[in-house]
Each structure stands twice: as C-alpha cells, then as structure tokens.
Design a protein around this ligand. Sequence first.
Ligand code: HSE
Length: 438
Amino acid sequence: MARRTAKKSGKSVRVGLLGLGTVGRGVVEILTRHRALIAERSGVELTVVRALVRSSRQRRGAAGRVPLTRRAADIVAAADVDVVCELLGGLDPSRRLIEQALRAHKPVVTANKAVLARFGPQLFELARRQGADLYFEGAVAGGLPIIRTLREGLAGDRIKSVMGILNGTTNFILGRIEGGHSYEAALAEAQALGFAEADPRLDVGGGDAADKLAILMHLAFGLHVPSRRISTAGVVGLSPEILRDAAALGCRVKLVALARRHEGTGGGIEAHVQPTLVPLSHPLATVGGADNAVAVESEALGLTLYQGAGAGGLPTGTAVVADLIDVARNLAAGLVGRPGPRLDRAARLLDGGRSAGAYYLRLLVSDRPGVLASITRIFAAQGVSVATIRQERGGARGGVPVAITTHPASTAAVARVMARIGKIAALRAAPNLLRMLT
Ligand code: HSE
C-alpha cells in the first residue's frame, strides 16, 4: 500500500549499488554524464555512495571513482543509503539482498529478471507490506520502456498479446550467422560486447527470454507462472542452412517470445519462446544486432511496437536510471510503496498442445525410394497439411536435407508428427522444428 512518509529532506538521494558490472558501470556513467540534466528535470540529485563488488579489479571512467565494499550490509543496511540498486544478476545472493533492503524499508531498483520471474509475487508482496518501492524496468528488454508501457501507458487497456524479441545476444548471433560467421565466433563477440549473461547458456537456450516473458505476462495478464512452465527452445543447433531456407521462404529466423490471450470458455494464456520464421514484411524481421522489440496488441489502442537496444551497459543503465529517478521523486514527495503488478486469480496458462501454428521442419534422411512418401504419410495421418516440401541434392553425413512447411495446425498434432518422424529408420540426424509467423 502506498504510504506517505516524511519527505526526504534536501534534494539529494543516495544510491547504494549491488554490483558494478556492465550495467552497474553504465548506471554510474549515465548518472555522472547527465547529473545536471537529471537534477534539472527531476528536482533531485542522485549520488552513488558505494558499490558492492566481488573483485576489486581496476575500473576505468566514472565507475573507478565509486567507493567499493565487499560487505552487502554496507549497502542494504546502511543509514547513508536511501535506495538500493541491485545489479548483481543471478538468484543468489540477489534475492536475499533485495529482501533485506525491503525489510529495512529501503526502496529497491533491480534489473534482475531471474529473481523477478521466479519470486516476483512474493517480492511485490513484501514491498507492499514494507511500504517500499520495487522498480524493475531494466529487467526486460534492456533500455526499452516496456514495463512502464504496460504499467502506465496501457494501464486502462486490456492486453490481447505480447510478442517480441527479448534476448539481444541471440538476435546478435542469428544476424552474425546470416553474415557468414560461425555460431561460436558470434557468441564470443556477444560476450565481449557485454550482451551475454554470465552463463551464456541462459541466452542461447532461451531461458533468459522465458524469464522476461514471464515478467511481461505478470504485467499484461496478471498471470505469474515460473518460466520453466513456458515452452522454451533456444538457438543452439540452428544451422546456416536453416537461415538460408528461411530466406528462400521470404523470412528471417528470430527467437520470438509470445504470450497471447485465448478468449472464450476454456481460454487461457498461450506462451512460448521459440526460434521462428518471421516474414520479411513483419516489423520483427528487421530487428537487427542486439536490439529487442516488443509488439503489444491491446483492445482499445491496437498494435504498438517498441524497439531499441535490448542489452549492454548504457541501454540497460538508462532503464535503471529512469527507475532511480522515479524512486527519488517519490522519496522527495514523501510518497513510497507504489503497488506492484496485480495477480488475476482466474488467469491460467493454456495447455501447450491446444495452441496452433504453422511450422517449418528440416530433416536429414537417407536418399532412397519411399522415404518422402513415408514422411508425408505421417503428416497425413495426423491431419497436418503440408504447405511446401523441398528436397535438396546430397548433403552432409550421407543424407539429403528435406525442408517442409505446414499450414496452420494444432501444436499437439505437430508434436505427434515429430514423435513419429523421430522413429523412422531413414532419419540421419535430429530434426529441427521452428514456428512460422503467418
Ligand atoms: N543477456 C541479455 C540479452 C542481457 O542478451 O538480452 C539483457 O537482459
């Protein structure tokens, strides 16, 4: 519950940073570079009093002038810290430190999608009980103001769907592979540029995008589901051949996260993260580099698109600084404890098999009579209509590549097709299945 407190005396708000990595350094850089602008616009001065770090390696630029500590209590329990900014990432000790700060009635700004995706409702409830703000714009889609858009801009509208590219690293990797680079080189470059997670398997396996989708679903639909319940596939194993097939079909491959409301009795929220063939005419197809984009469809406003830098220190730092300014304004006004996103007890996740979509399938099979016929028979038996089929000449490992696209079909039926194709003796390698946006 929002409560009035004594207004913070003076106009200076003191920030304690948990973490001084890529995003932390971006935050310090922005606060230093735009100090006068921020003070002029918001009427408050934000000062970083100290930062918790795990290693005392030399830091260049503005971050090099921030006093450091190894003791978390120097931030979360310090009398000279007005707002705690958690930028450590990962679950531990981040979650514990966020809780400690909230229990000490300190407002918290975090960019931690992993913690919010798993423990969002508990943390928002704790913040409510303690009358402290919990802001998290930097947790989803880097610098894009998608949290504010859902919380404020669309507060009066009913959301129908949220669809987007929520992971910069994988978008960067896909673009690099299209440009002829290897997967490994592209990932190493994304790591060097500071886009990737400390454990890049979270990026390439789709888990990072699933965490962000879980947070967006909480805001858009009042539905909190742990991200492990969101059907998730990443970009590992996507070959240049698949990207070339996509181009031949007038598409680009993107890692698309989708959450959509199904209306009517028995409805629910469909949600998945999957490599997807996106037609070149669709706005998501042209999102390049480490950019993110989110398309929101709402009843009154219709379709809106938000696009920009989804990873990196300055872009994500911009989102974090915006939150710090909001919190500082609240403190200066003596108003804290803004309610977090609500839960809708009636909202539930749609059983994955009940959704539908068009698919692209790539197989490597033995080149002998009857193989194609046996494959198409499987599709026919499951009632999945083939839209296109193309077999190339000879391929790797002695097999021939076959690329198949389907008309829109039930996901459950396509899963049955995959299970049966997985058993045919002619199969020479694990098949790839991608969604197609139609
Ligand atoms: N590793 C993330 C990405 C960083 O690549 O999008 C931003 O959350």
